[in-house]
Design a protein around this ligand. Structure first.
Ligand SMILES: [Zn+2]
Ligand SMILES: [Zn+2]
Length: 192
């Protein structure tokens, strides 16, 4: 399905095709928290289909990774923001060049509601941030990729712009034979 997104001031708009549009994964890491909000959720789209209007306003940022006992380093992942209003728009990572990870909160298209949630990086969740009640929790990153999660639940969504989002629940769809290799390539789960 096609996802349309925008920043708060409206100078940057983007669209991307996604076969994995369910916003099911909530990340509590400090990078997400400080750059996007208390609970952050990315979905995944196809980078080759990413179109950006107002790209001159887009700024990118490689987050500082701090680990105890180690020198701080820069994430290879790139977060794109509106340079005017600060909205976090999407993330890119050349280690997984086929994907783009829009910030679910920047998407204007009505996203499908996930049947359950996955919570990750819970060891970094401040006590005041509420956890969702359902679904598995992981102290760090889960092994399951966004693509594999969709495939296992039959939620992989046809990437056709002609279909209306409402019509694409895809509940009975099983992943095609090509899907596993896509899942391996799209192993990236969430922000780093
Ligand atoms: Zn803006
Ligand atoms: Zn995170």
């Amino acid at each position: 399905m096609r996802l349309d997104g925008s920043c708060q001031c409206g100078k940057v708009r983007f669209s991307v095709e996604s076969e994995t549009p369910y916003p099911y994964m909530f990340c509590y890491c400090s990078i997400c928290r400080k750059t996007s909000g208390a609970v952050t959720c990315n979905v995944m789209g196809k980078r080759a289909t990413l179109k950006v209007k107002g790209a001159a306003h887009v700024r990118s940022y490689h987050a500082v990774i701090r680990k105890a006992g180690q020198r701080a380093s820069r994430s290879k992942g790139e977060r794109a923001f509106c340079g005017l209003c600060g909205s976090h728009l999407y993330a890119l990572d050349d280690r997984w060049p086929e994907g783009v990870w829009p910030n679910a909160a920047a998407i204007d298209t009505e996203l499908p509601v996930p049947p359950e949630h996955v919570q990750l990086m819970t060891r970094y969740k401040p006590a005041w941030v509420p956890a969702v009640a359902d679904g598995p929790r992981f102290a760090e990153y889960p092994k399951l990729s966004i693509a594999a999660w969709h495939e296992e639940r039959g939620l992989t969504t046809p990437s056709s712009a002609r279909r209306a989002p409402r019509a694409v629940s895809g509940k009975s769809r099983r992943a095609s034979g090509k899907a596993p290799s896509r899942a391996r390539r799209a192993r990236k789960t969430s922000a780093e």
